[in-house]
Design a protein. Structure first.
Length: 351
């Protein structure tokens, strides 16, 4: 069943399932986005996640479309105070279409101020509840790359210091434009550095980290998961179905019509050696348990003690209904043991 969990030390409680919206504006129309948002709210979901970069895949023509669709939904439906609204500022990149002056993105005050103002305008609200850094300014392993890299280039020059970024976020919070802050695609070192800077009084305390986490990518457990127990910073887990790869629909190179990887060919993160063997193993386990692999995969993520909310996404109402039905699945200790045994054999082939 859906439950509500503390968002760090903010005093807010968020639903254990959140609605991800990055398909709104490309794969989903405004009307379809509104229908998903209606269903999510009717089922008790109060956390809606978006980003200035969305929809995905990112491009100038559709940048900000997701926030605009959420904004039109809020305007037509009302109830802003019942929603925990989360968005993100783009990290360091060479993308020039995100800023009115055509400058590349950096996590400094000028970029952060421009980004939050743009997001608030598109969302049609005076504030967001959670403002997240979409990815770091520094070079780290990002989006499935094994080596440290700056997303979408990132250019030369020094990193923006974490202290400078946090001070800029402090101004956003003081201005009432965001209530709390979070990180995304972050490392244990980065989270620790932000917490240390907050302890020094530089800016607000991080409430959450939004990283990928699923049956074939459990890297969050090493180094980051402990922050939930020790520092009350939990995970907003994205890609619980590994961009759909855990459904098995892409096995043996299949490309179903209309599927995300068929349309955009952006699934390389989940096509690494060993990934397909692991997916087949989890599919076999789910069948043995009388579950679908969607039920097994999503329910497992939601059940983790360090997960604050599990961000699900869908391109059809049928998919959304299937994802929400996972709330009825209980991951027993016996099922957890079976999953861990497969993890021991297959590890995290798609980090």
């Amino acid at each position: 069943m859906l439950d509500y969990r503390p968002l760090g030390r903010t005093g807010l409680s968020v639903s254990s399932i959140a609605l991800g919206t990055m398909t709104f504006g490309q794969q989903n129309t405004e009307a379809e986005g509104h229908a998903q948002l209606d269903l999510a709210r009717d089922r008790g979901i109060n956390l809606i996640d978006t980003a200035e970069l969305y929809s995905i895949p990112p491009k100038a023509e559709t940048q900000g479309s997701t926030e605009r669709i959420i904004g039109s939904w809020l305007k037509s439906r009302g109830g802003r105070d019942k929603i925990i609204l989360a968005t993100k500022v783009a990290g360091r990149s060479d993308n020039t279409y995100l800023r009115a002056d055509g400058a590349p993105t950096r996590l400094n005050a000028r970029n952060i101020n421009a980004a939050i103002d743009g997001s608030l305008k598109r969302l049609g609200t005076d504030y967001v509840d959670l403002y997240q850094l979409h990815w770091p300014d520094r070079a780290v392993p990002l989006f499935g790359h094994a080596r440290g890299s700056r997303a979408r280039g990132g250019g030369d020059g020094p990193d923006v210091p974490i202290e400078e970024t946090l001070a800029a976020l402090a101004d956003v919070v003081k201005a009432g434009k965001a209530r709390h802050i979070g990180l995304s695609n972050e490392t244990a070192w980065g989270l620790h550095a932000f917490l240390a800077a907050a302890q020094q009084g530089i800016g607000p305390r991080v409430a959450s980290v939004q990283n990928a986490y699923n049956l074939i990518n459990r890297t969050y457990e090493a180094g980051l998961a402990e922050f939930h127990q020790q520092e009350d910073v939990g995970l907003l887990a994205y890609s619980p179905l590994a961009q759909g790869f855990l459904t098995g629909k892409y096995l043996a190179g299949a490309r179903p019509p209309g599927a995300r990887n068929t349309l955009f060919n952006r699934g390389q993160r989940y096509e690494k050696p060993g990934a397909e063997e692991a997916i087949r193993a989890y599919m076999d386990l789910a069948a043995e348990l009388g579950l679908t692999v969607v039920q097994l995969a999503i329910a497992y993520v939601t059940s983790r003690s360090f997960v604050t909310s599990n961000i699900i996404g869908a391109t059809s109402m049928a998919q959304l209904e299937e994802n929400l039905a996972t709330l009825d699945v209980v991951i027993t200790p016996e099922i957890e043991d079976r999953i861990d045994a497969l993890h021991q054999l297959h590890g995290s082939p798609a980090p």
